[in-house]
Design a protein around this ligand. Structure first.
Ligand code: FEO
Length: 168
């Protein structure tokens, strides 16, 4: 059975994952608004990914017999600047999530909660992938600088991102 302290900490992470989903959906809406439809698709897929992360934590807590407490989700920003700035904000957010997940992992180890630690390792590994993919997009946007054709190519590539596989 999971401890009250660990439940509280994981519930906070559950809220952060829902906020991430919300943030990425808002980024998608903004990209649509500024006519970067490929980037809008990319962020919409990211929204789905984050929704799955939240569901994964929810499922775990439920399996542990917890009556899950859902907190209010903060309102995300609505404007994000240039296409480069949007992805930079996405990277900053993912770094923040990585930091939280590392702290949570430390907490789980400290109280010898190996089941929760295992769950968190899945998330920690996922973060490596997430940060790397955003970094790659940032490099490409920097590479093409402000060339309209270059940005169109990057946007076309972002349009290819398919719906994530369920990882629940
Ligand atoms: Fe679920 Fe991108 O953090």
């Amino acid at each position: 059975m999971i401890s009250k302290k660990m439940t509280k900490a994981l519930s906070l992470q559950l809220n952060r994952e829902f906020y991430s989903a919300y943030l990425y959906l808002s980024m998608s809406a903004y990209c649509n608004h500024i006519d970067f439809n490929g980037a809008a698709n990319w962020f919409k897929m990211q929204y789905e990914e984050e929704h799955m992360h939240a569901t994964k934590i929810y499922n775990y807590l439920t399996e542990q017999g917890v009556h899950v407490n859902l907190e209010q989700i903060d309102k995300p920003p609505r404007k994000f600047g240039t296409i480069l700035e949007i992805f930079q904000q996405s990277l900053d957010h993912e770094k923040f999530m990585t930091k939280n997940l590392n702290n949570l992992s430390d907490k789980a180890l400290k109280v010898k909660d190996h089941a929760t630690y295992n769950l968190l390792q899945w998330f920690v590994n996922e973060q490596v992938e997430e940060e790397a993919s955003v970094e790659e997009i940032i490099s490409k946007i920097k590479l093409v600088k402000n060339s309209g054709y270059g940005l169109l190519m990057v946007d076309n590539e972002l349009a290819q991102r398919a719906a994530p596989e369920a990882k629940l």
